[in-house]
Design a protein around this ligand. Structure first.
Ligand SMILES: Cc1cc2nc3c(=O)[nH]c(=O)nc-3n(C[C@H](O)[C@H](O)[C@H](O)COP(=O)(O)OP(=O)(O)OC[C@H]3O[C@@H](n4cnc5c(N)ncnc54)[C@H](O)[C@@H]3O)c2cc1C
Length: 331
């Protein structure tokens, strides 16, 4: 049986960031991931300045193309588009197939390709598939994480489920501007056109599953309308729109409900359902939760679900108030 002090299940941004922090302190850590990297991950690939700060890299250190985004937000009912996002710092696009592979390599952790099926406790140790043992177990397996299923079965809320459709492809004629469309294709949904630095573009749509269930049009019908609106706007050619092959993947937005740790087991990233409620940002919270869990494994407790940053309009109002109105009066 292969033993490691900490086993992390899943080598996405959450798992690799946790491993990176642990390895920096010489900790014995093993990552198990069912996929062979580089692997496809459905995602628009939007990251923020905070992600780069948390992982201590800059645009110059990143070895793959990265694009600083100019964003135009189109909100249904508003006759003009807004520039940028009400988030702190700059916004960038990366390709997940490159980003995740780089983070995993950078973590300096041993990684074994293995699909985890069973986990049991044996005294002080956790035994994974009767092949691996560890003292600390980290669940970073995304939406279908086996650790969440086994140890935290009730930790997320169905009404926070987001369903998506998207496709990323090489499209040299793509526009340089990132376009976001809020509430145009479902009441609780937004659609995106994310250009990448190297001539790729990611086009997708994500919205609350329960809102789509109650709507007259399903997500596929909305997505089709979106593609042909992009054709009308000159952002996509008709042939590409007609032959578009999108794929979907669900994930969960943050809810206060549920635990993220017990008995030296930690749930991080999408496994814990931490994506922000406003914009569905999942990479940032995955990394933040990973670093907090690593700190706790290294002896500094403090990982809690509600310690992970959630950007919200309430937060925005506070930030603006702090800056422009009464610096000392606002908490
Ligand atoms: C269409 C779409 C667009 C999105 N766009 C954005 C965006 O632009 N910006 C943003 O911040 N967030 C976005 N998100 C959310 C973001 O992709 C996730 O929040 C993020 O990937 C979470 O990282 P993670 O490491 O927790 O999980 P993942 O990246 O899903 O990694 C989980 C890993 O676990 C492995 N795994 C799963 N099960 C097992 C098992 N049984 N055994 C071994 N390994 C296993 C998988 O192979 C995978 O590599 C988007 C999500 C979707 C679906």
């Amino acid at each position: 049986m292969r033993h490691a002090e900490t086993i992390i299940i899943g080598g996405g941004p959450a798992g690799s960031s946790c491993a990176w922090k642990l390895r920096q302190r010489g900790h014995d850590v093993l990552i198990l991931d069912k996929a062979e990297f580089p692997r496809l991950k459905l995602c628009a690939g939007w990251i923020t300045t905070k992600v780069m700060q948390d992982l201590q890299f800059s645009q110059d250190d990143y070895p793959h193309p990265i694009l600083k985004l100019q964003i135009h937000s189109h909100i249904k009912g508003l006759p003009f588009s807004l520039r940028g996002l009400p988030t702190p710092g700059d916004n960038y696009s990366i390709r997940r197939v490159e980003f995740d592979h780089w983070l995993l390599h950078r973590s300096d952790a041993e990684t074994i390709q293995h699909t985890v099926k069973t986990i049991r406790r044996d005294g002080d140790l956790y035994i994974v598939d009767d092949q691996f043992s560890c003292r600390n177990l980290v669940g970073a397996g995304g939406t279908s994480c086996p650790i969440r299923r086994n140890f935290f079965p009730d930790n997320r809320r169905k009404f926070r489920q987001v369903v998506t459709l998207e496709h990323e492809f090489e499209y040299p004629d793509r526009a340089d501007i990132c376009h976001l469309y809020f509430r145009h294709y479902g009441a609780k949904a937004y659609a995106w056109y994310f250009p990448k630095a190297d001539g790729f573009v990611n086009i997708g749509l994500g919205g609350k599953a329960n809102a789509y269930k109650m709507s007259e049009k399903n997500i596929h019908q909305h997505f089709k309308s979106f593609l042909f609106d992009l054709v009308e706007q000159g952002l996509l050619d008709r042939q590409t729109a007609e032959n578009f092959h999108s794929t979907g993947h669900p994930y969960y937005l943050y809810s206060d409900h549920g635990e993220v740790k017990k008995d030296r087991i930690y749930l991080i990233g999408d496994a814990a359902g931490l994506a922000t409620v406003d914009l569905g940002e999942g990479i940032g919270p995955a990394i933040e939760s990973a670093l907090m869990a690593a700190d706790e494994i290294l002896g500094s407790p403090g990982y809690m679900k509600n310690a992970v940053t959630q950007f919200s309009t309430a937060g925005l109002a506070q930030r603006l108030a702090r800056r422009f109105i009464a610096p000392k009066a606002v908490q």
